[in-house]
Design a protein around this ligand. Structure first.
Ligand code: ZN
Length: 177
């Protein structure tokens, strides 16, 4: 699944993909999102003869298992796509995707990363696969384990909460008896 960048007009072009309307992308994302739906839209516009901007959004979900309670749950992924597409840099060996640091707290921060393309084409399947994969945490927590404040950065706090929940459950159990 590739986009020919040299065919994009000067004033840019809109792209929209979803599981219902266009299943061409589905095989590229299937190992991450399985049967889940996705909604991807973006706009690519040339900056000059070789660089492009990609601006849009991605919405989908993955099936994960909570690292704390072990429940299977759907992890919602909703992110902005902001990318500058540049031709492959032969001299540098810093990896294909030089990502800017991920801001965990401020999701509204304007972050732009750079993505290299080769042979006038953006490998959309690979790019979107990477964009989704980077959003999946190593230790995913379900909504009820995350809590309303989604304050999951401190493991100590997590275990404290877990103990409290267990304690409350034990109390309830006592009352029932
Ligand atoms: Zn959980």
């Amino acid at each position: 699944m590739k986009i020919r960048l040299n065919e994009i007009p000067e004033n840019g072009r809109d792209y929209q993909f979803s599981k219902e309307s266009d299943s061409a992308l589905t095989p590229f994302l299937a190992d991450l999102i399985h049967e889940n739906a996705y909604k991807i839209s973006f706009f690519i516009k040339p900056l000059n003869t070789k660089d492009f901007t990609l601006d849009g959004s991605l919405e989908t979900q993955t099936s994960e298992q909570c690292s704390r309670c072990g429940e299977d749950f759907q992890l919602k992924i909703s992110k902005k796509l902001r990318e500058i597409l540049i031709p492959e840099q032969q001299s540098e060996r810093t990896g294909k995707y030089a990502k800017s640091p991920l801001g965990l707290a401020g999701s509204d921060e304007e972050e732009v990363s750079v993505c290299e393309y080769s042979q006038q084409q953006l490998d959309l399947g690979e790019y979107l696969h990477e964009a989704i994969a980077i959003e999946i945490p190593f230790t995913p927590y379900c909504d009820s384990c995350l809590g309303p404040d989604k304050n999951f950065y401190y493991d100590e706090k997590m275990s404290e909460e877990a103990e409290q929940t267990a304690f409350q459950k034990a109390l309830k159990g006592l009352k029932l008896n």
